[in-house]
Design a protein around this ligand. Structure first.
Ligand code: AMP
Ligand code: GLY
Length: 436
């Protein structure tokens, strides 16, 4: 098979790493890829958002199967265009990607199907939105309806903050057209988890749970980022919670999407809040999480590619996956200044030594190859630059491996959190104490 992966971050590095190991993959391309991905795939200089360019490349290069990583091309209809061209793809079509592309669509779907989530209202008009805020009071959450690169959510402690967030989205157009409509919703309390399931339109195959760390600083302090690290599985999702999530959330969502005329095919990523009465939906994504995907792939024992094909072919019902009896953790190394302004171009050394540590894996996200002092070097080219993973029997042991690998990387312009996995590690300590 000739396979093309679309995207160029840490998630796509993990996907390429797994797909390149498949005996049914003869040739793997990645658009645009990155220097880490180049070890597993042939990178082609086409942006993930260049729908015409990707379709043309896939036709010219006789691609049998396209795996789409990020949400933007899914929402823009890449899978629809590929299907018209007769090319099989992993990922939802534009209608089904609305589950991520429109928060209003997603909330209405949940409401119609009695799926637990925060109460909400949808607004296209500033004054009615503000009236809703004043009626409901604070705390309240303000969300831009459309895609805002993970930034369109404001958790407001006061009515004044919520009114200001409405103004900046709807009047000042901070997120462009994504803020033409806003969703206002209940502020939920609890513990957040990311839950993944492969879905072929009707059948569901659970793909595991993870927790990520969105805040930039240790102890979950400071501004939110795209994710500073993750681990999998999430200990709060025990067998009983897993069953509840599937019964109360994933199954009715999949049935609801089919009933809405938009059957979902791809990976359904549910962002959940586990509160006092059980799991509630915060959001859905139509793709793998980044960096959650890297942690999930570290644990996967089976060949990934046949599973992705089974999704595209509608053959998931008789499919199963095997997982390692291990926990995995990924620590993101970011450029100093991120999530604010940061510099590009600094040289990163020690990546081979990091990769040589048993149980570790180095995933590239925002890196670039460049000639520095006459030598080929890996340089920083983004905010989140590397994801350093470790896998072992416990989260504590996996964390040790990941940080041992981080510590041999020489990159003075980078930083990472030192406490990725703290919640799971505290639970492991607690259960050791109570058992011993
Ligand atoms: P989202 O982009 O929808 O994932 O939201 C970003 C983050 O905001 C989530 O990961 C949560 O931490 C938080 N969040 C979103 N919606 C709510 C809510 N209704 N109540 C509390 N926190 C929320
Ligand atoms: N790590 C969260 C996301 O990928 O949306």
């Amino acid at each position: 098979m000739r396979v093309l992966v679309v995207g160029g971050g840490g998630r796509e590095h993990a996907l390429c790493w797994a797909i390149s190991a498949s005996p049914i993959c003869d040739k793997l391309f990645c658009a645009p890829g990155n220097p880490g991905i180049a070890e597993a795939a042939e990178c082609v200089a086409i942006s993930a958002d260049d729908i015409d360019g990707i379709v043309a490349f896939a036709r010219q290069n006789k691609i049998d199967f396209v795996v789409v990583g990020p949400e933007a091309p899914l929402v823009a209809g890449l899978v629809d265009r590929l299907s018209t061209a007769g090319i099989k793809a992993f990922g939802p079509n534009a209608a089904a990607a609305c589950i991520e592309g429109s928060k209003g669509f997603m909330k209405d779907l949940l409401a119609r199907n009695n799926i637990p989530t925060a109460w909400y209202g949808r607004f296209k008009d500033v004054s009615t939105a503000k009236k809703f805020v004043r009626d409901k009071g604070a705390p309240i959450v303000v969300k831009a309806d459309g895609l805002a690169a993970g930034k369109g959510v404001v958790l407001c402690k006061t009515v004044a903050e919520a009114e200001a967030a409405i103004d900046s989205m709807m009047t000042a157009k901070e997120f462009g057209a994504a803020g033409d409509e806003v969703v206002l919703e209940e502020f939920l309390l609890g513990e957040e988890v990311s839950y993944f399931a492969l879905v072929d339109g009707t059948s569901i195959l659970p793909f595991g749970s993870a927790q990520d760390h969105k805040a930039v600083g240790d102890g979950d302090t400071g501004p939110n980022t795209g994710g500073m690290g993750a681990y999998s599985p999430a200990p709060i999702v025990d067998a009983a919670m897993d069953t509840r999530i599937i019964r109360e959330i994933i199954e009715p969502t999949v049935r609801g999407m089919a009933a809405a005329g938009a059957p979902f095919k791809g990976v359904l990523f549910a962002g959940l809040m586990i509160g006092p009465v059980g799991p509630k939906v915060l959001e859905f994504n139509a793709r793998f999480g980044d960096p959650e995907c890297q942690a999930l792939i570290m644990r996967l024992k089976s060949d990934l590619l046949p599973a992705l094909l089974a999704v595209a072919d509608g053959q998931l019902a008789n499919f199963d996956l095997r997982w390692k009896d291990e926990a995995a953790i990924v620590v993101v190394m970011a450029a100093k200044g991120y999530p604010g302004a940061y510099a590009k171009g600094s040289v990163i050394e020690g990546l081979d030594a990091a990769a040589a540590i048993p149980g570790s894996k180095v995933f590239h996200a925002g890196t670039k190859s460049a000639i520095k002092d006459g030598k080929l070097a890996v340089t920083a080219n983004g905010g989140r630059v590397l994801g350093i993973a470790g896998a072992a029997k416990t989260v504590s042991a996996a964390q040790k491996i990941a940080y041992a690998a981080v510590d041999v990387i020489r990159w003075p312009d980078g930083f990472c959190r030192r406490d990725i996995g703290w919640r799971a590690i505290a639970r492991e300590r607690q259960s050791l104490k109570s058992s011993g």
